[in-house]
Write a protein that binds this ligand. Structure first.
Ligand SMILES: Nc1ncnc2c1ncn2[C@@H]1O[C@H](COP(=O)(O)OP(=O)(O)OP(=O)(O)O)[C@@H](O)[C@H]1O
Length: 326
């Protein structure tokens, strides 16, 4: 592993030439007594990815995230963040990593802004370089990004669960990060809050920040993530680019047509498997491709109103990967 200092390679805004992943684990294991929370996890988080961690309750997502952040030490295996070992290099690495994990310890009698100012003063990347004015600007910017500007002066103890969650997210965004790790960031948020988190993740991604986000909301993961890691019973059962995972099932083409019988006859004559569906046909794209299937239909005089590839869908994939074998 390269020994170039993290700040030199990963100074905020610096271009990354080396293909070092943002984070990587090997043989990661965590046991709490007889409970094996995480077992043999080889996770790869490519730099610049938005990686969604999915898994049923108790599958080991939070424990894995805590080990990524150096908050708990592995029982066995290794964790690297930006090529540096965790938790040993935590002091060097963590200023570049924003995190929202569980309820952060905010002061109940201070306002949201005052709480964030305290966080800002503890940020190694801000003090020294930043005066009070800059700290306040960073705090107000973070509050605006999470939609808390209007409640900045209210005491934390009066915040709703969703507002507390937003303040935790704001703390993760106080300085530009190389990686942001969000454990269930939409927990307790209303639909507007959920949309805002989605926007924040999209902004981070556009700025080149790596994002690791755990969620039970498959639709959120499907909408925001480039990569997915699926956990089940402490193990990683699938990981990779979202598009590749979704394409892993049998590819099919949905054809909207009123001429279903004629369409089925034409496809069968061409050796293409298909079945009738309400409003049209579902064509299996094994041994053929979408343009050929559509051409076969059109040649047979079948009116094709619309043709669309059907993806497996994350919900179906998730159910398949995590269903119990019992
Ligand atoms: N500090 C701990 N002490 C004992 N057991 C723990 C501890 N932390 C986690 N566990 C156990 O490890 C397993 C994995 O828990 P973890 O919180 O990592 O799962 P998760 O996928 O994040 O679940 P959820 O979606 O419910 O948050 C569970 O069986 C849990 O009870």
């Amino acid at each position: 592993m390269t020994s170039v200092p993290l700040a030199a390679r990963h100074g905020v805004g610096a271009a990354e030439a080396a293909p070092t992943p943002a984070a990587r684990t090997a043989g990661l294991r965590k046991a709490y007594g007889d409970t094996i929370a995480v077992d043999g996890v080889d996770l790869l988080v490519p730099e610049g990815a938005v990686l969604g961690m999915l898994g049923p309750n108790g599958s080991g997502k939070t424990t894995t995230i805590r080990m990524l952040l150096g908050l708990t030490a592995p029982t066995a295996g290794t964790v690297e963040v930006f090529g540096r070992p965790m938790p040993d290099a935590a002091a060097e690495v963590l200023p570049f990593v924003g995190a929202l994990v569980e309820g952060p310890g905010f002061h109940p009698f201070l306002s949201g802004r005052e709480n964030l100012l305290r966080c800002a003063m503890a940020e190694p990347l801000l003090p020294g370089r930043a005066g009070q004015r800059q700290l306040r600007l960073a705090v107000d910017d973070a509050l605006e990004r999470v939609g808390l500007g209007h409640a900045a002066t209210r005491r934390y103890r009066g915040y709703s669960l969703g507002m507390k969650q937003r303040l935790g997210l704001a703390a993760a965004l106080l300085v530009p990060r190389r990686m942001v790790v969000l454990d269930e960031p939409t927990n307790g948020l209303d639909p507007a809050g959920t949309r805002e988190v989605r926007q924040v993740v999209a902004q981070l991604h556009a700025a080149g920040t790596t994002v690791v986000v755990s969620s039970h909301l498959l639709s959120e993961i499907e909408a925001t993530c480039t990569h997915v890691a699926v956990m089940n019973r402490g193990s990683l059962v699938a990981q990779g680019e979202l598009a590749d995972l979704l394409d892993a099932g049998t590819p099919t083409l949905e054809v909207s047509t009123p001429d279903r019988e004629a369409g089925l006859d034409a496809l069968r004559a061409a050796g293409v498997a298909a079945r009738a569906e309400p409003g049209g046909l579902l064509v299996e794209l094994t041994g053929t491709d979408a343009p050929s299937a559509v051409a076969t239909l059109v040649r047979a005089g079948v009116a094709v109103h619309e043709a669309r590839r059907r993806r497996t869908g994350l919900e179906e994939l998730f159910a398949r990967l995590t269903e119990d074998e019992r």
